[in-house]
Design a protein around this ligand. Structure first.
Ligand SMILES: C[S@@+](CC[C@H](N)C(=O)[O-])C[C@H]1O[C@@H](n2cnc3c(N)ncnc32)[C@H](O)[C@@H]1O
Length: 374
């Protein structure tokens, strides 16, 4: 088990992104040091995705191997938000229960509390599986992921007023003329709908059904992937999903961890809000491309260069080239062209210097330094 984290592949003002197996990297984080773990592991799909899947029976055991470490690093007031897509059993129009088994075992065996179940509805999801939905037309389009919000205690940090949604047109009309609309009374359900119902609170309390279309088509991440001629990550969060849970479940300055970070949508959401983040990803090329989310806008060819160098540093990590240059410097160097990133760059330089001081040789693994938090 790792005692300390390796050098990050890149770092920003607020976060650090590490290449490696999350199981080992988790072991290097201190106890009770993370406020929110927001993640989406590879799903237990039958069709092998590009990034690999475990078969459904083994999947639950595999995933539960990580959650022990998650519980250890999470603060008592912290939350663990786990996004799991649904799946069918192999060759049958029968659903797998794996996402529910994960939930039951987390609570029954590891003592997690289900604070609330959320459902992420992606109206833009394409119909699948083709056999049952498109060809035979015997199942509906599966457009909802289960998102388990788990906690260590009954009262994890949470403030729903941080994620109020725009009022409906009906509610707006009511707020404009609450007296004309209705009078305070007790409902048949026993709910006492007082006059305060007509107060404008700046938005409505959201439900646990999150409608977020996953339709990213012209983001900087995708544009830079095109310039760098690399494939974008095939299963990205819409940025609004991690943003919702970060705002809901953490406060400024808190630490957010995504241990299956992919294109690091979670880190980018935390960075945009000014929160601290830590990202783990086993595939270096995914993590390399995820740096695009943090680069300033550019018309130059630098994404290609940055991507190549961040990928190349894999060789440094595994000792192929034997290089020990801080991989962190790659992102910084790429940003040096950009005048608009002065404050960002200064912060990166500062972190880089600190990482440089800690640098010491290790068996071809590149520089290592203690846990990835300031
Ligand atoms: C569903 S994707 C996450 C996508 C991410 N939410 C985003 O917005 O881009 C799951 C990721 O977990 C990574 N992964 C799989 N096993 C891993 C492990 N043991 N440690 C770290 N990352 C792993 C995969 O390479 C993949 O990129």
């Amino acid at each position: 088990m790792a005692k300390e984290l390796p050098a990050p592949l890149y770092e920003t003002r607020n976060g650090k992104a590490y290449v490696g197996d999350a199981l080992e990297l988790l072991a290097a984080l201190p106890d009770s040091s993370v406020d929110l773990v927001m993640t989406s592991p590879p799903f237990a799909l039958q069709r092998q995705k590009e990034y690999g899947n475990h078969n459904q029976e083994q999947y639950v055991d595999w995933l539960l191997g990580f959650t022990v470490g998650i519980k250890r690093v999470l603060k008592e007031t912290g939350s663990f938000v786990l996004d799991l897509g649904g799946a069918y059993q192999k060759g049958r129009p029968v659903r797998s229960l794996y996402n529910y088994r994960v939930l039951l075992r987390l609570c029954d065996e590891q003592g997690w509390q289900l604070a609330e179940e959320f459902f992420w509805y992606n109206p833009a999801k394409l119909p699948s599986p083709i056999e049952w939905v498109n060809k035979r037309k015997i199942r509906a389009k599966d457009a909802v992921n289960t998102v388990w919000w788990l906690s260590k205690s009954d009262f994890p940090k949470a403030d729903i007023s941080q994620v109020r949604q725009p009022y409906s047109d009906r509610m707006k009309r009511l707020l404009a003329d609450s007296k004309g609309f209705y009078s305070p009374k007790k409902r048949p359900s026993g709910h006492d709908i007082s006059g305060r119902f007509g107060e404008d609170k700046g938005g409505a309390i959201p439900s646990n059904l999150l409608e977020i279309a996953n339709t990213e088509s012209n983001s900087q991440y995708l544009r830079f992937c095109k310039i760098a001629e690399c494939e974008p990550h095939p299963a990205r969060f819409p940025p609004k999903l991690p943003e919702f849970f970060i705002k809901f479940l953490t406060e400024p300055g808190d630490v957010v961890l995504d241990l299956f970070t992919g294109s690091n949508t979670t880190g980018a959401a935390a960075e945009a809000l000014g929160w601290k983040w830590i990202a783990f990803e086993i595939e270096q090329r995914y993590l390399a491309a995820s740096a695009f989310r943090f680069l300033p806008e550019t018309k130059e060819d630098s994404p290609k260069d940055i991507y190549a160098r961040l990928c190349q540093s894999l060789d440094e990590h595994i000792g192929v080239s034997g290089g020990t240059a801080s991989t962190t410097s790659v992102l910084q160097t790429g940003m040096e062209h950009h005048k608009r990133s002065v404050s960002f760059m200064t912060a990166a330089q500062r972190l880089l210097c600190r990482a440089g001081h800690r640098r010491r040789p290790s068996r071809g693994m590149g520089p290592r330094h203690p846990a990835g938090r300031d």
